[in-house]
Design a protein around this ligand. Structure first.
Ligand code: FES
Length: 119
């Protein structure tokens, strides 16, 4: 079966984000939250693993994103839940590229989850 190889696709522009800010985007029906920390862009699932809170409406504190509903903390670099809020589980995070000339933000949804077989 020839599955569609999903590569990097444009989801936003760096001009849409401000330092320490969040932006929700939708990619192929997946809600993704982008975060800009120290000039770097990170992407992870925007639907909280706890009860589905909208992480793009959360609060960014350094690399930690706080869910607006029950305040689970996730590291935007890895999607990992903080040791302080273990009642939530890790979010999926995605590789990000930024086009240095245009500022376009590209995310690769097919990049992670090596153990998940959907073929
Ligand atoms: S829905 Fe995010 S912490 Fe509960």
């Amino acid at each position: 079966m020839a599955g569609e190889a999903r590569g990097f696709q444009k989801v936003a522009n760096k001009g849409d984000l401000k330092e320490g800010g969040l932006l929700g985007v939708e990619v192929e029906g997946n809600k993704i939250v982008l975060a800009l920390v120290e000039g770097k862009v990170y992407a992870m699932d925007a639907v909280c693993s706890h009860e589905g809170g909208p992480l793009e409406e959360g609060e960014l504190m350094g690399h930690d994103l706080k869910c607006p509903w029950h305040y689970a903390l996730f590291d935007v670099r890895s999607g990992k839940v903080s040791d302080a809020t273990v009642w939530a589980t890790d979010q999926k995070s995605y590789p990000v590229q930024v086009d240095q000339s245009t500022g376009d933000i590209l995310v690769n949804l097919g990049g992670g989850a090596a153990t998940t077989s959907t073929a």
